[in-house]
Design a protein around this ligand. Sequence first.
Ligand code: SAM
Length: 273
Amino acid sequence: MPRKDFYYNKAKVEGYRSRASYKLKQINEFHSVIKRNDSVVDIGAAPGGWLQVAIELSKTGIVIGVDMQKIEPLEGAITIRGDITKGTTKEKIKSILEDKEKRKGKKKLRNGGSIDIVLSDLAPNITGEYSLDQARSIYLGREALECALEILCHGGNFVVKAFYGTDIDEFLQDLNQEFETVKVFNPRASRKESAEVYIICKGRLTAPIKVGEKVVVEIVGEGKRGDGVANIQGYTVFVPGSKIGESWNIKIDEVRLEFGFASCVSEVKKKIN
Ligand SMILES: C[S@@+](CC[C@H](N)C(=O)[O-])C[C@H]1O[C@@H](n2cnc3c(N)ncnc32)[C@H](O)[C@@H]1O
């Protein structure tokens, strides 16, 4: 039996709204993106197969589904009908979240929103002209990213579908600037002939600097391994080869969730009056 029928039939038997449910299950088996009590926003959610899986995995967290098509009501999910490329849809998502947080008396998490994971299974209408369809899929992925960056908490995760092709490398590079780890994954449940991949981004970075940036810092401490430590707007950066009291022009080499690493470019000598 072809795989298409296997997952289609399985979804029918097990009560899922779409065969896509198994893709999210497989993504989570391999990458543990959704945990109990996580709050989830699913963009491109109709008919709701991923929403069902998100509700099962999160159990107690808020789950919001967005699509330009109607999503039939689903217990445990809030649904929004709207086009994600429109500012009004993004505003609707944010206002639901603000409302929920106000009611819970919950404060915004440090440097970011309050959502633990944003999912995007957005797919363009297929024209059959591959380069056009691929470009559109990356465009939708970028729209989902824009929304994710506004609502994800520090350390939050993002899963986004894209069609494999030329523009994907640039998209991956941009995702690498925003998340601690970025991996490409092909779930078994994707159709064999499909060009889709899922990009698994974990650990939303909220550091005030990006890899490759240059900045002048004072070395204010010393790490356990003897590296100089600089503090950039509350974010710790280790600078091997520097000492307390020195001032350096540094280049950021690596950004992690709670700290980063930089190399010394040139020492900035203090003027003696
Ligand atoms: C592959 S389906 C999603 C299937 C879903 N994950 C599930 O498990 O049932 C892709 C969805 O993206 C939606 N979509 C495409 N462009 C969109 C846009 N600009 N805004 C909102 N939804 C969009 C489509 O309406 C379609 O329902």
